[in-house]
Design a protein around this ligand. Structure first.
Ligand code: FES
Length: 298
């Protein structure tokens, strides 16, 4: 009991002695890393072999597009293990950051993980500052330097009790991952749902889509989608990126559908084929036709 009291006292004092700016960074990083682990834990597609958020597909994409591709190549066959490690590590880094457990070790882990994500998931994002992992790497670095600089004010040595705390953080991270897997959500971005839209349901009056124009809409199954008309006719695609499920948008200057998350781009005038990774598959197409002055689901 006394031990717990002392521990909570040290957690509170670790927050107290930090400057407001360091506290904000610490809170943001801790909460965000826990959320990252939780998001993966409740995503049924994360440990699946295929799908927009599958870790196996992501590793496959990184093996082709990252400067560390050779490394990811070896990890593809152990994708599930990699996924579980990433998920538990995110929980552990977040919890340890908030609850002041081995702060230097976990701040460094957060920094190293962000660098890894930058070299893989956001390597192709243009311009670079739109890639969130570069910003996270800098935040972790700033926080790491603040922790190292505070050595004189706060005791961060890893004694026997510190080791026990480390073990507890690991146990909580495993438990949180297990709870997330039990409470999984329904799959994200199910392409088959796109063509389960009510046949004949109206999307847009034909007169409102001139040749060369496009129009964003929401499918009856709730997915963001985009319609195009060319001299050849009308066609439509889901706007859910096949990499990790972000929403793409059309860039007139590039004549491509670009994903803001990791920079994938798709060619809408060639079956939404991948123009640039890390996505590997085209955007799902949505069957549409023109009938009685309307563009409708086929
Ligand atoms: S979600 Fe990663 S490129 Fe689209």
């Amino acid at each position: 009991m006394l031990y717990l009291k002392n521990y909570f006292h040290s957690v509170i004092s670790s927050w107290r002695v930090q400057s407001p700016s360091v506290r904000i960074i610490r809170l943001w990083l801790g909460v965000t890393w826990i959320y990252g682990g939780w998001d993966k834990a409740i995503d049924p597609g994360f440990l699946a072999k295929t799908g927009a958020t599958s870790i196996a597909r992501q590793l496959e994409g990184y093996s082709q597009s990252s400067p560390l591709g050779f490394l990811f190549q070896h990890l593809i066959e152990r994708a599930n293990l990699v996924g579980v490690i990433v998920m538990i590590s995110e929980f552990a880094i977040g919890l340890a950051t908030l609850f002041w457990v081995a702060p230097t070790l976990f701040a460094f882990s957060g920094f190293a993980m962000s660098i890894g994500l930058w070299l893989s998931a956001t390597w192709h994002v243009q311009p670079y500052f739109l890639g969130s992992d570069t910003a996270y790497a800098i935040l972790w670095l700033a926080y790491l330097l603040a922790v190292i600089g505070a050595r004189r004010k706060i005791d961060i040595s890893l004694d026997r009790r510190g080791t026990i705390r480390l073990g507890l953080v690991g146990a909580f991270a495993v438990m949180a991952s297990a709870v997330g897997r039990v409470l999984q959500q329904s799959p994200k971005g199910d392409a088959s749902a796109l063509n389960a839209n009510a046949t004949g349901a109206q999307i847009l009056a034909s007169s409102k889509l001139a040749v060369g124009a496009n129009h964003e809409f929401t499918t009856t199954s709730g997915e963001p989608a985009i319609l195009f008309r060319t001299a050849v006719g009308v066609f439509a695609y889901s706007e859910i990126c096949t990499h990790q499920g972000c929403t793409v948008s059309y860039l007139e200057s590039e004549r491509s559908l670009r994903c803001p998350c990791h920079g994938a781009s798709f060619d809408p005038f060639n079956g939404a084929a991948v123009k640039a990774g890390p996505a590997l598959s085209p955007l799902p197409s949505i069957k549409v036709v023109e009938e009685s002055g309307w563009i409708v689901y086929a």
